[in-house]
Design a protein around this ligand. Structure first.
Ligand code: PRX
Length: 649
């Protein structure tokens, strides 16, 4: 196992919360004492306080059959009702739920009453199309209000959504539709990115052509007005259909363990895993963390999480957490630097955003562009900053706090995963002394430990493997259609402790520092990619005989995809290495999606292998990162590295 240490471990700066912030903070220190006294009871209390239950639960946790947990099992609720109707009924219908900003500059303000009305109609539309509780609906949309409306409409009728990020290719979309056996796809003609419309419906058409599927209808939102191909009987315009349905819709209660969504993420094999989340526990922990980690004051704050709804951060901290808490938030369709380099800061100024949640990769690319860009805008409305997706290096943390936050507001670094559903490790603003670069402490009610490879707790400050030692409300309930893989991936290594796949260490204060993945999962711009998935894409190309992929440290994106490819014998000399490399980069981008495009593809004569034939990625990573090559004594052929190096350098 490879634990990469990319932090400055000597970090000693501490930032104490200001007395004013602490005085007004939502989170109080007794959260920790209450949770420590009765962890399960604490979550029961949060579930009752934060959510509306149609039928109250009497059982909080059932862990009698690990790793299969149930939370609030005999309770019943409706997730969409919790995000919408109850705010309207409480007299907050006129509060803005979403300030939506399209990339070309068009915008819409949507109140809770309006959002509720739209979701009711969409729920009726889904029902009229034959979608019922438990059915799967694939959503492939840009960041437009209909993405949120679709997710909530699916939730409202007890169906299961599978949102697929709009950057994924027809192949990736197809495999997700097939795996989940989706009945309906919701998409749009396209969206806007970098100043241009990009097509989505076309990708759906291509995906559905790949094989016979279970999809009965494709519902198409009009966004760009670009021409689209049409399959009569299958394809329907959202606007036409929504005009035909009833405006009223009563939210029925579903059991707390009703599946809410499947979200595919990369694992260590070539096949993405469909992570399954359910309703009551998921909503409890997303609402709890959203309120306490971001110190949300729903009457006055304007919150903005920049993640796309195609990722878990968008599910938990654009849709479910904020809406459950009645927050006002910004939803932005486009890229950070279109049409001007300061677009994000312009949006913060325009809507007086007070809480910003984004990823280190974005912060580092803004750092590169220089502070003079954000300094042209009034960012004084900001009072809290959050980070997610990968370790944030102390330099980026400090820059974020000073240049964006004006030097005195809290920055919280939040560690969690698609599988954990909600934030697991983070400082609580107003309570925790902040330490740049460290995710710091488990949130109240979550039990984290660091173990050695053989399962012993690591004492002191040595590195080890991060585990969650007790079940938590928003934990994944399984991998769609593959209970064995679920058990094997997360629970086999340490019995009933959840193995996260991350390396970590504690410092002398007991604060937790994340050290990166310990498996063959890469983290590029905060997005998870599997080395195996990219290798199989490369090998599927006619040029390739063999391929090895590594995640190499990258100044902006955290890690970058670097591939080493051996060409088939009959392909050698047909084109230059540069041409072959370019062709393969484009191929991966087309097959998986632009986020998987390798930064470099090196054409090499051989790959370093052990005597048992295992590729030694560690050596390739050394090479990709320009380091001295490490120990090569276990190689079958010790001269291999020399011949590879000749090609690469
Ligand atoms: O390696 C950790 C890293 O991102 C992985 C989870 O990726 P994903 O499921 O796509 O979810 C990303 C958004 C929650 C983790 O295994 N990671 C996430 N947040 C942090 C992090 N690494 C260090 N610090 C973080 N704050």
């Amino acid at each position: 196992m490879n634990v990469q240490i990319d932090h400055n471990l000597e970090e000693i700066r501490r930032f104490r919360p200001s007395p004013e912030f602490a005085a007004g903070a939502i989170a109080k220190p007794d959260l920790y004492t209450d949770a420590a006294a009765d962890r399960v009871g604490f979550w029961g209390e949060q579930a009752r306080d934060l959510l509306h239950w149609h039928t109250p639960f009497t059982k909080t946790l059932d862990w009698s059959n690990p790793p299969f947990a149930t939370w609030f099992e005999d309770g019943e609720l409706n997730v969409a009702y919790n995000c919408l109707d109850r705010h309207v009924l409480a007299g907050n219908g006129e509060r803005i739920a979403i300030h939506w900003e399209g990339e070309p500059g068009d915008s819409r303000d949507i109140t809770y009453a309006q959002l509720t009305a739209e979701v009711k109609k969409a729920a009726n539309l889904l029902t009229s199309l034959g979608v019922s509780a438990g059915d799967r609906v694939a959503i492939y949309l840009p960041m437009i209000p209909e993405a949120v409306v679709s997710m909530l409409a699916v939730a409202r009728i007890g169906a299961i959504h599978s949102v697929v990020f709009g950057g994924f290719s027809p192949d990736s979309l197809h495999s997700r539709i097939v795996d989940a056996e989706a009945k309906l796809v919701i998409t749009s003609d396209g969206g806007y990115r970098k100043g241009r419309p990009f097509p989505l419906k076309e990708t759906v058409d291509a995906a559905l052509e790949k094989s016979e599927t279970t999809v009965e209808h494709v519902l198409v939102v009009k966004r760009t007005g670009e021409d689209v191909a049409w399959t009569e009987g299958r394809d329907l315009w959202w606007d036409d259909e929504i005009a035909l349905v009833d405006a009223d819709h009563e939210a029925k209660a579903f059991p707390a363990e009703q599946p809410l969504f499947i979200l595919y993420t990369s694992g260590t094999t070539g096949k993405p895993k469909g992570i399954l989340h359910t309703s009551g526990g998921y909503l409890t922990q997303t609402a709890f963390t959203h309120r306490n980690v971001f110190d949300l004051h729903p009457e006055t704050d304007v919150y903005w999480c920049t993640a796309d709804v195609g990722w878990i951060t968008g599910h938990s901290y654009v849709v479910y957490g904020p809406l459950t808490n009645g927050a006002t938030q910004v939803l932005y369709e486009g890229t950070p630097d279109t049409p001007i380099p300061g677009r994000w800061w312009q949006i913060i100024e325009k809507y007086r955003v007070s809480i910003l949640y984004t990823a280190p990769t974005a912060i580092r690319s803004f750092m590169k562009m220089g502070r003079q860009i954000p300094q042209q805008f009034d960012l004084r409305s900001l009072r809290l900053l959050g980070s997610v997706g990968e370790p944030i290096n102390p330099e980026a943390w400090i820059w974020y706090r000073h240049v964006i936050g004006g030097g005195s507001i809290p920055v919280v670094d939040t560690w969690w995963q698609t599988e954990t559903g909600a934030i697991m490790i983070s400082a609580l603003p107003g309570i925790t002394d902040l330490k740049p670069g460290s995710a710091q402490v488990a949130i109240p009610g979550v039990s984290i430990d660091i173990l050695s490879d053989d399962g012993e707790p690591v004492t002191g400050t040595d590195g080890g493997l991060l585990v969650v030692t007790e079940p938590w409300p928003s934990m994944l309930r399984g991998i769609w259609g593959d209970p064995e893989r679920f058990t094997e991936t997360y629970w086999e290594k340490f019995g009933d402790k959840y193995f996260a796949g991350d390396g970590a260490r504690r410092d002398t204060d007991g604060d937790i520092w994340l050290l990166g993945r310990v498996d063959d999962v890469m983290n590029v711009s905060g997005h998870r990619l599997s080395t195996a998935e990219i290798e199989s894409s490369l090998v599927a190309h006619d040029l390739t005989a063999e391929a090895a992929v590594v995640g190499a440290a990258d100044e902006t994106t955290g890690q970058a995809v670097v591939a080493f490819v051996i060409l088939k014998e009959r392909q050698q000399g047909v084109m230059t290495n540069e041409e072959a490399s370019e062709l393969l980069r484009t191929h991966v981008s087309k097959q998986i999606g632009a986020i998987a495009r390798p930064r470099q593809v090196f054409i090499v004569p051989e790959l370093p292998k052990t005597r048992s034939g295992k590729i030694m990625r560690r050596l390739l990573r050394d090479l990709a990162e320009g380091r001295e090559i490490g120990d090569t004594t276990t190689l079958a052929e010790t001269s291999v590295m020399t011949s590879i190096m000749e090609q690469v350098r």
